[in-house]
Design a protein around this ligand. Structure first.
Ligand code: ADP
Length: 265
């Protein structure tokens, strides 16, 4: 009887061991698939602007460079292609850093109203070009302190405000509001009255390289990584991000943050 019991325990252990190894293998397979998808997407994103640059340079060398006005036009287009490559490579760099840097949050107390003002100034020119106004909820003339990694939250605000301009309507607006949520939390909302996103695409907008309107969004100059970066930063802070949107009406991106303390001078 004793031997049989021992055998049973041994069998159970072997079973447990094999099933844990099976889970490990499944996880490795998922990681491998993800890595392959990621590389495929990167190659695909880089190809289009690279071929554009190559096309213009080739045409120039084939003789187009002898005509001054054509030369200027093609060089400018080639340069736009290079700018786009730089934009994509910068975002790739950023997402790789952010994904491997989750634990390295450098949290400080800072005024988020002030940070929004800085971001508005940075993007004012883009907004002006489309006649979009960047607004603050009128209540926010006083500082609001939060406890978070300021550089990373700056990136979040830039990406969200930039999107609200890119996908906003001509002469529309982007409005920011910051409200208390529960105890020591507040919620930051960035609302636009632009293109909006339909229900079926909404759950996917935070995925890397996902775009609702592929060619439309690409012509806006994005990399398809902006919202993936935003989500990663917010979740690294153990906070949450939400999106509400209605096609042709507009979108509202919101996220939670930890309330900071008033700084004493
Ligand atoms: P992209 O570089 O293409 O802007 P993002 O990750 O920032 O990439 O956004 C993913 C997609 O989500 C965009 O291509 C666009 O289709 C959609 N999107 C993001 N923000 C908005 C917004 N404010 N209004 C409408 N659509 C948006």
């Amino acid at each position: 009887l004793e031997i049989r019991n021992d055998m049973n325990t041994l069998l159970k252990e072997v079973e447990q061991f094999t099933s844990s190894k099976k889970i490990e293998i499944d996880n490795l397979k998922i990681q491998e698939e993800y890595r392959r998808d990621f590389l495929g997407n990167v190659a695909h994103e880089l190809k289009t602007p690279l071929f554009t640059v190559q096309g213009y340079l080739e045409t120039l060398l084939d003789g187009a460079m002898h005509d001054k006005s054509v030369r200027e036009k093609y060089l400018e287009r080639a340069q736009n292609g290079v700018d786009r490559l730089i934009y994509i490579v910068n975002d790739l760099d950023l997402i790789t850093k952010i994904e491997s840097d989750v634990v390295n949050l450098n949290k400080t107390n800072f005024d988020i109203v002030e940070l929004f003002k800085e971001v508005f100034e940075l993007l004012e020119l883009n907004a002006d070009k489309k006649g979009i106004i960047l607004l603050f909820d009128r209540k926010h003339h006083k500082p609001i302190y939060v406890k978070a990694d300021k550089d990373k939250i700056r990136q979040v605000l830039i990406n969200l405000v930039e999107n609200s301009i890119k996908y906003g309507n001509e002469k529309g607006s982007t409005e920011v509001s910051i409200e208390p949520l529960i105890k020591n939390k507040l919620i930051v909302k960035i609302t636009d009255n632009g293109l909006g996103i339909d229900k079926k695409n909404l759950p996917r907008v935070f995925e890397r390289f996902y775009r609702v309107d592929k060619s439309g969004a690409r012509s806006q100059g994005g990399s398809g990584l902006g919202l993936a970066i935003v989500k990663h930063i917010i979740e690294a802070h153990q906070e949450r991000i939400y999106v509400n949107s209605e096609l042709k009406k507009g979108s509202e991106f919101s996220f939670t943050l930890e309330l900071g303390q008033e700084l004493l001078d």
